[in-house]
Design a protein around this ligand. Structure first.
Ligand SMILES: *Cc1c(COP(=O)(O)O)cnc(C)c1O
Length: 387
């Protein structure tokens, strides 16, 4: 049986590394090099034309191993890794669209992706519509003959609403487009977008996949013909968004424990969501794993019943909107174990404030009861004023 047919746990534990016969090193070496020597001019030309290693901005054995490992766990054809999640987003778009093409994007995506489309792609003559993708019919209504890409995230940020990936993929039966899902908030084993019909999956490896909060990276995974367009004429090469071998190695190491970490993130997030939902000072909790969520059914189907490690909530209004936001800031200033920071998918639990007093929590790997105690104390103390 090949590793491709084995379960996720085994794929993660062994990865794609084959020990070399000389050292039999069980872990992968780091090919920390900028260039590669050829044995002859003919050999050099062969390397250039046949995907050989020529220069490290274009390819590197360590970064290639990471791309193969990610494709192995997603169960898709192939992948490419980049220096950041944004490097993956920009390399993907630049390689697949041209001036005059139309793209459809979901409202409420990662802010820098939205800004890239609005401030950069649209300036280059790409037409873009942003729609509420929580109802796939809104995407259907926007499809045009020149629609090249439908780009969504699920769960969305910071609403934590879900997009029905399978339903959008079905729209391709009527009209062809490239369907791209940013699955950063729901890594394997929560969600497998290519199994649900996505052509390409985008990940910020910085988040759950590396999981240790110590490296920045990105990936695009999926169909070989589309990935080849990103790799050749080598988009990360042109954008300069190539991943460093040392970083690739750190992410390869981080990935080994992905399944165990993700399970804990989800368990903790559900416990916190349930605590907040039952707290008298909390107005509304957004978490797809809660029975009260409008996306609970879809979460069972699309996210393997795992709600993910992200949640958001608002506090009960006191006075004006400004006063409620001011109280929310006091609450955030009272948490101690939880850190005020952006990012997600690492050991520390992180908290951040969004428009309208919406609080987002990126749940970490601490003990759930310690996190709940921190939140309970902050909720109790937020109206006491500064100590
Ligand atoms: C963080 C993030 C990105 C960008 O990734 P970087 O590694 O920070 O460049 C893209 N999409 C989503 C959903 C993210 O959370």
């Amino acid at each position: 049986m090949s590793i491709k047919e084995m379960e996720l746990e085994t794929k993660l534990a062994h990865g794609c590394h084959t020990p070399d016969s000389e050292t039999r090193s069980l872990t992968s070496p780091i090919y920390q090099t900028a260039t590669y020597g050829a044995v002859s001019q003919e050999n050099f030309e062969d390397l250039c034309y046949n995907w050989g290693h020529v220069y490290a901005r274009e390819s590197n054995p360590t970064t290639d191993e990471l791309a193969r490992t990610l494709a192995l766990i997603e169960g898709c054809e192939t992948g490419v890794v980049t220096s950041s999640g944004m490097g993956a987003v920009t390399s993907m778009f630049f390689s697949q669209v041209k001036s005059g093409d139309h793209i459809i994007c979901a409202n409420g995506m990662f802010s820098h992706t939205t800004l890239f489309v609005k401030e950069c792609l649209m300036n280059f003559g790409v037409e873009a519509d942003f729609v509420d993708a929580t109802d796939y019919k809104n995407i259907e209504k926007c499809l045009k003959p020149n629609t090249k890409i439908v780009y969504v995230e699920s769960p969305l940020n910071p609403s934590l609403r879900l997009v029905d990936i399978e339903k959008i993929a079905k729209l391709k039966e009527k009209q062809d487009f490239i369907f791209v899902v940013d699955s950063t908030f729901a890594p394997n084993p929560i969600q497998y977008p290519t199994k649900l019909g996505a052509d390409l999956v985008v990940h910020s490896l910085t988040k759950f996949l590396n999981g240790h909060g110590d490296a920045i990276g990105g990936a695009v995974l999926g169909k070989r013909e589309l990935i080849h367009k990103i790799k050749w004429p080598s988009m990360p090469c042109f954008t300069g968004a190539c991943l460093a071998p040392m970083t690739a190695w750190l992410i390869l190491r981080g990935i080994r424990t992905l399944d165990m970490r993700v399970e804990r993130h989800c368990k903790n997030a559900l416990a916190i969501a349930e605590f907040l939902e039952n707290h008298p000072l909390v107005e509304k909790v957004n978490y797809p794993g809660l029975k009260s969520s409008p996306d609970y059914e879809l979460c069972q189907k699309q996210m393997n019943g795992m709600g993910g490690g992200m949640l958001s909530f608002t506090l009960k209004k006191t006075g004006t909107d400004e006063e409620t936001v001011a109280m929310t800031k006091r609450f955030i200033n009272k948490v101690k174990l939880i850190t005020i920071a952006t990012s997600l998918g690492e050991g520390h639990t992180l908290i951040s404030l969004y428009d309208g007093g919406l609080v987002r929590i990126a749940v970490g790997l601490e003990k759930d009861s310690d996190l709940i105690e921190d939140l309970r104390n902050a909720l109790n103390e937020m109206n006491e004023g500064e100590r």
